[in-house]
Design a protein. Structure first.
Length: 182
């Protein structure tokens, strides 16, 4: 006969999975710190450089959002990398948005329209060279650590992590609003 888990057991199981996930992430970050330190890079610097290496130049706001960083932290990180010559930050003007002439104030009629200005960050030649050196070595270390898992387990881990990040709003609301009996 199957016995169902009590609410307390469900909470303990969820909390154990949560702490295991945090402990493993912290352990992995610490293990990967050493190899990056050889290139005088922090994990945050590496992750931003890797994003720019993979995707090319990006608006600063998009790069920060993709790295889940606040604007001020993104600016500081870019400033450090810029000082070392790995990234370049430029202000560009987007093309103007098309809309009816009636929306223009009378004072602006006849003037050429200008688009919004945004800040864009991209890798410099030394930044691309650095990533060309760092990425293969870093990937090899990652691969060596991940060999503890089979390819199927690695795929499952990636899928589980994505599922956690996406969440299930209905289950979340149901659980958070459910009154605990114990």
């Amino acid at each position: 006969m199957t016995q169902y888990a009590t609410p307390r057991e469900k909470t303990q199981r969820a909390f154990r999975a949560y702490t295991d996930l945090l402990d493993t992430a912290e352990w992995m970050r610490a293990e990967m710190h050493g190899p990056l330190e050889l290139f005088d890079l922090t994990m945050s610097e590496f992750r931003l450089l890797e994003l720019l290496y993979r995707e090319g130049a990006l608006p600063v706001a998009d790069a920060g959002r993709r790295r889940r960083m606040k604007r001020q932290n993104t600016d500081e990180l870019i400033a450090r990398l810029r000082k070392r010559g790995f990234v370049r930050r430029v202000i560009v003007r987007l093309p103007p948005v098309e809309f009816a002439q009636a929306h223009l104030p009378n004072s602006k009629e006849g003037e050429p329209r200008k688009g919004r200005r945004i800040s864009v960050v991209g890798l410099t030649r030394p930044g691309k060279k650095l990533m060309g050196d760092v990425l293969p070595r870093h990937s090899k270390v990652v691969r060596a650590f991940m060999r503890a898992l089979t390819s199927r387990e690695q795929d499952s881990l990636s899928r589980i992590c994505r599922k956690l990040r996406e969440g299930d709003i209905m289950k979340f609301v149901s659980e958070i609003t459910h009154e605990d009996v114990e």
